[in-house]
Design a protein around this ligand. Structure first.
Ligand code: IVH
Length: 672
């Protein structure tokens, strides 16, 4: 019996400890223990719970991983209905809201709490004696769905409140959401696997919460911000301010949105709105406006509820990031490596603060997955500076005048046949530099800042140079003359001369930049640097086999194959030779730091006192040297210990430098 008690105590203390670590990690963003320790304790607890199933507890930190799937959702009834909020869209409507308030309250200024309006899904959480007992969706405001099994997997929802004396009962409401970072990552992964992508973070959050299998919810890495204490046991007294309530929630272990602010008057709400709108794109979460609440709970009660929504709160909406419009046409744009990207032409629509008439459709797989047709009404999304995209067609309004988007069979620019490789999502024009679109992109890339950095050789000039057949390959850049340039549109002698100067100036470069500029598929800046460092010269790359390439850190079979194929092509070698002949150059590598003795041969004779012969050999080889048994004219130095042999005589005869033990140790020391 006593032993059982001890086990329970151990279990409880592990749970307490892990809860504290969770709180520090998820809520305070300040982890105090390394993951390895956390994992060890977690495993201990798992094992104890497994060995003693009588001590299982749904609120144990181990239950976060997601229990067994359920077969259907239970219905829950919201005793206090989850109401909606009235919206305003401009400053004058906001002022009208404030005026209505002050008339009803007969008081001119009230304190407001301003909060980001998160675009997720409302949740109601019930805690009994500080323990999470039920989590439900809003549903229609009265009836929601019981998703407790899923809420338990959301790290930012405490399973047990951090309070010595928690209220007997408390209902907390807030928004469950998916951060932009998680959304982008999950979508990128889905795209790569050819799976369905989420339309937006809101849909992703909603879909993830409404899963029968909590392990799926867990994998979606949802977040949660509470925004109100909706009900609390009567005997529990709270500060009668909404903002103070949020502070209590923070103490109880919730992560409260740090962007929430209490302000003095309605003008300050307008300022808050403008400031948050300016930061919208850089916020970690999707946000469709702000929610403005009267801070005093007494005033909230006094104002009460109108037919649809409370009178003490208003949502001040941001301009929509999604809008409906018509898809009129699809064009295929050819990229540098021949990828054809479908671009939707749209009836211009104002969305996310700009007029949008083009949007990306990513690739043909995505068109198929989303079932998008020409003539469809589509949802366009433009968030921040991100390229506008088509979220989905509105199937309900699809008419008979729509038709499937034809897949191209020929390159829209050079008319060569196009291919779709089995392992790729992209359709590709394989014509390489024969295709003027790819030529242009290759030149843009070659001249770009991180590549050869030829100032002034931008998009417009490249279009003209390729258009007038002045430049076919990067090598032709170095054959341009003043006349040819000066005769182009919007050019004169002066600007032509500037271009020639910056071409000249750019000739002095680095090997890594040059490799990057060549635009070899899959070779970005980092890979180019790695290649440059490892191979040091073009000659070495010309003869490198795919195996040699794969032997380099971070270079896998795909990159190796592309690099190998590139340097095997006669045409590429010719272009490179012409570029080098034009004077492009880079500093030859210094003897690399790690291998200062590369190419040097040492010979040892006699015995050293501090190092064995094997150790001497290993040290030298680590520095790039070779160790040989016989002295020749090419020997870098002879290392001499006690009782040297005939090698010493030979070295003296050949004037090979001789190092005694102290000299040798000093030499090693200098290489550190
Ligand atoms: S307060 C009666 N605060 O917006 C007031 N709602 O139509 C209850 N929302 O679905 C809501 N962020 O889920 C409030 N800081 C916030 C919010 C917020 C997002 C959602 C809420 C509801 C909708 C209101």
């Amino acid at each position: 019996m006593k032993q059982n008690n001890e086990i329970l105590q151990k279990i409880e203390s592990l749970r307490q400890q892990l809860r504290e670590y969770d709180y520090q990690y998820y809520v305070l963003d300040a982890p105090t223990v390394p993951d390895s320790i956390y994992d060890t304790l977690f495993q201990q607890l798992l094992q104890l719970e497994k060995d003693h199933p009588q001590y299982q507890d749904p609120n144990s930190p181990t239950q976060r991983v997601g229990g067994a799937p359920i077969s259907a959702f239970d219905r829950i009834v919201h005793i206090n209905p989850m109401l909606s909020i009235d919206n305003v869209f401009d400053p004058s409507a906001l002022m009208a809201f404030a005026k209505r308030l002050s008339e009803r309250l007969d008081q001119s200024e009230v304190l407001y709490c301003c909060e980001p309006k998160l675009d997720g899904l409302a949740l109601s959480l019930q805690y009994e004696d500080g323990k999470l007992v039920c989590a439900g969706t809003r549903g229609d405001g009265i009836n929601g769905e019981d998703i407790t099994h899923n809420a338990r997997t959301i790290a930012e929802i405490p399973l047990i409140l951090h309070a010595e004396n928690p209220p007997k009962n408390v209902e907390i409401r807030g928004e469950v959401y998916m951060s932009k970072a998680v959304f982008n990552r999950l979508n990128a992964e889905a795209r790569q696997k050819g799976d369905k992508v989420f339309a937006n973070p809101r849909n992703a959050a909603a879909g993830s919460v409404r899963q029968l299998d909590p392990r799926i919810t867990k994998a979606r890495q949802l977040s949660f911000f509470p925004y109100t204490i909706a009900a609390i046991s009567q005997e529990y007294t709270l500060n009668p301010s909404h903002y103070a309530g949020l502070q209590a929630l923070r103490e109880w272990g919730f992560k409260v949105n740090p962007d929430i602010k209490r302000v003095q008057n309605i003008e300050a709400c307008q300022t808050y709105y403008e400031e948050l709108l300016a930061r919208r794109a850089s916020l970690a979460y999707d946000c469709d406006g702000i929610v403005i609440k009267v801070d005093s709970l007494a005033l909230q009660t006094q104002l009460g509820v109108a037919t649809r929504a409370p009178r003490w709160v208003v949502a001040y909406k941001f301009p929509a990031e999604e809008a409906l419009t018509q898809l009129t046409e699809v064009e295929w744009q050819v990229g540098r490596t021949g990828t054809l990207t479908p671009v939707a032409r749209l009836e211009p629509v104002f969305v996310g603060g700009a007029t949008v008439s083009n949007a990306t459709l990513h690739n043909s797989d995505e068109i198929a997955r989303k079932d998008i047709r020409i003539g469809d009404t589509v949802i366009v999304r433009r968030a921040g500076d991100v390229i506008p995209e088509i979220v989905a067609p509105v199937l309900a309004s699809r008419g008979s005048n729509t038709h499937a988007i034809p897949l191209p069979r020929h390159c829209p620019v050079c008319k060569s046949p196009v291919y779709k490789l089995a392992e790729e999502a992209a359709i590709r024009c394989m014509a390489g530099l024969y295709c003027s679109a790819q030529r242009k992109e290759a030149l843009r890339h070659y001249a770009s800042r991180k590549a050869m950095d030829i100032e002034g050789l931008g998009d417009k000039l490249v279009d003209q140079l390729v258009g007038h057949a002045l430049v076919h390959s990067p090598a032709d850049i170095y054959r341009l003359d003043l006349n040819a340039l000066a005769n182009l549109d919007r050019m004169g002698i002066k600007s032509a001369d500037n271009i020639l100067q910056s071409i000249e100036f750019s000739k002095k470069t680095t090997f890594a930049r040059f490799l990057y500029a060549l635009g070899i598929r899959e070779v970005g800046e980092t890979t180019a640097k790695t290649l440059a460092q490892h191979f040091e010269s073009l000659d070495a790359l010309y003869v490198a086999s795919p195996e040699d390439l794969m032997a380099v850190n971070d270079i896998g079979p795909v990159v190796a194959a592309h690099v190998h194929a590139f340097f095997k092509q006669k045409h590429n070698k010719e272009v490179i030779s012409a570029i080098l002949a034009a004077g492009v150059n880079w500093p030859k590598p210094q003897i690399s730091l790690a291998q200062p003795f590369k190419g040097q041969t040492f010979v040892i004779t006699g015995t050293l006192t501090s190092l064995s012969r094997e150790e001497v050999k290993a040290r030298l080889e680590a520095l790039g040297a070779k160790v040989s048994n016989s002295v020749s004219k090419k020997t870098q130095a002879l290392i001499v210990g006690d009782v040297p042999g005939s090698k010493l005589d030979k070295a003296e005869a050949l004037h090979v430098p001789i190092l005694n033990e102290a000299d040798f140790l000093a030499l090693l020391e200098r290489q550190r």
